[in-house]
Design a protein around this ligand. Structure first.
Ligand SMILES: [Fe+2]
Ligand SMILES: [Fe+2]
Ligand SMILES: [Fe+2]
Length: 246
């Protein structure tokens, strides 16, 4: 199973999420409907082949909820087709891309997590963070927090079995995109302007970016990475999220 896992999570998900930003990097002057539709068409084709690869792997390992998961893929693709097709101006395209990001990352982070346990040896006592340690906000963000924590646990398990630096950096870049998505969602839901909370989000993204650079230059001891993530995430929820949403 391990041989599937590396190609699977690493290449496909990283490409779909991280490369999204590069793929649709345009400004108002350089934007044209033609090239937007060409890029969108290509993105949908890539997405469909990713989903079909994912389904083949899940079928091969006998994933019990495959039918439901296939339906979720179909829903994502058909919503995206509509959103992208309806975007006929630069402003509409920007909105469509934002919507596209939310749909893709929500699927990768929240729905794909359901099958993750099949891909790594999850012994409860090897998890760095238990779900019970995560402070509760009683909002939809609790699901995000649990998903982010599970992703940190996944990275932690990779480190325990001695994964290489490049691999860990790829996983951390994906975590960075997941965190960015989660922070954006939170900030849109602030009941009142909350610059301190938003500033903490910005600060964390900068620290994580810097950390990835330092890790790839082999300046950071790998065993300090996930304990740092644990501390930051749990303290942030406790000190900022609870006050903002509860
Ligand atoms: Fe999926
Ligand atoms: Fe949060
Ligand atoms: Fe937050």
């Amino acid at each position: 199973m391990e041989q599937y896992n590396r190609g699977f999570i690493e290449d496909n998900h990283v490409e779909l999420v991280i490369n999204l930003a590069h793929l649709f990097a345009f400004d108002e002057e350089s934007w044209s409907l033609n090239s937007f539709q060409r890029l969108s068409g290509r993105y949908i084709t890539d997405l469909e082949s990713h989903f079909s690869y994912e389904e083949t792997v899940l079928e091969a390992i006998g994933y019990g909820s495959l039918v439901l998961h296939k339906l979720k893929h179909q829903e994502v693709v058909s919503s995206l087709r509509k959103i992208l097709f309806d975007a006929q101006s630069y402003q509409a395209a920007c909105k469509a891309i934002r919507h596209l990001k939310v749909l893709i990352i929500s699927h990768e982070l929240l729905e794909d997590q359901e099958y993750w346990p099949l891909f790594y040896t999850s012994e409860e006592n090897r998890d760095l963070i238990n779900a019970s340690e995560v402070p509760v906000t009683n909002t939809e963000f609790d699901i995000h927090h649990i998903s982010l924590v599970r992703y940190v646990n996944l990275i932690h398990q990779r480190l325990l079995v001695g994964e290489d630096v490049d691999y860990v950096c790829k996983e951390l870049r994906l975590l960075l995109e997941f965190m960015r998505f989660h922070f954006d969602e939170e900030e849109m839901r602030f009941k009142a302007p909350n610059p301190e909370h938003a500033h903490e989000h910005v600060r964390f993204l900068l620290i994580l970016k810097e950390m990835i650079n330092e890790i790839s230059a082999e300046h950071v001891a790998l065993d300090t990475v996930t304990p740092f993530l644990k501390r930051w995430i749990l303290q942030h929820i406790e000190n900022f999220d609870i006050g903002s949403f509860r």
